[in-house]
Design a protein around this ligand. Structure first.
Ligand code: FES
Length: 179
């Protein structure tokens, strides 16, 4: 994570400290149960939110098969380093009967299938999904049981949409700009 992202995430507001604790716990035990993520009022972004319009993240040291979580515009973003098996399962899912149809190749940058970047907010009611649960080996939302595949597409449960994709661009082999 860039210094800017860390500094932003380590601000003095209680909600930001809460975020650090939540994410630290999630990465340590791989479980965040029933945590509703507060949505930002997009129509009236605070000065703080505007300041985080874009962040640069050092993602290059993320081990294969793991993810890092960064805060962007008040929401968690998952940067996942996908294994060949995860990618294969995602591509195989292209031909499934998808609730929110999308090809895996349209959910990552060209030639960058190893890296999937999604907003880590369940599209049902806003909980933070955890990775590794559910039939499709992607993300699982413990609040009401939504299951996402390794492309972040909704496959079962009440969520109506796939995990959203943030705007981002790769600046180098180890740095990505989100926003
Ligand atoms: Fe994720 Fe309801 S908030 S399933």
């Amino acid at each position: 994570m860039s210094e800017g992202a860390i500094a932003a995430a380590a601000g003095a507001e209680p909600t930001k400290r809460d975020f650090i604790h939540i994410m630290a716990g999630a990465m340590a035990v791989g479980l965040v149960g029933g945590i509703a993520w507060p949505f930002i009022d997009e129509m009236n972004p605070s000065a703080d939110t505007l300041a985080l319009a874009s962040i640069e993240v050092d993602y290059g040291k993320t081990p294969l098969g793991q993810q890092i979580v960064v805060k962007w515009r008040g929401k968690p973003v998952f940067i996942r380093h996908r294994t060949p098996q995860e990618i294969a399962e995602a591509v195989a899912g292209d031909s499934a009967d998808l609730r929110d149809p999308a090809r895996d190749e349209d959910r990552h940058k060209p030639g960058m299938a190893e890296w999937l970047i999604v907003i880590g907010v369940c599209t049902h009611l806003g909980c933070v999904p955890t990775f590794g649960g559910g039939k499709y080996h992607g993300w699982f939302c413990p609040c009401h049981g939504s299951v996402y595949d390794t492309s972040g597409r909704i496959r079962s449960g009440p969520a109506p949409k796939n995990l959203y994709l943030p705007d981002y661009s790769f600046l180098s082999k180890s740095k990505v700009k989100i926003g």
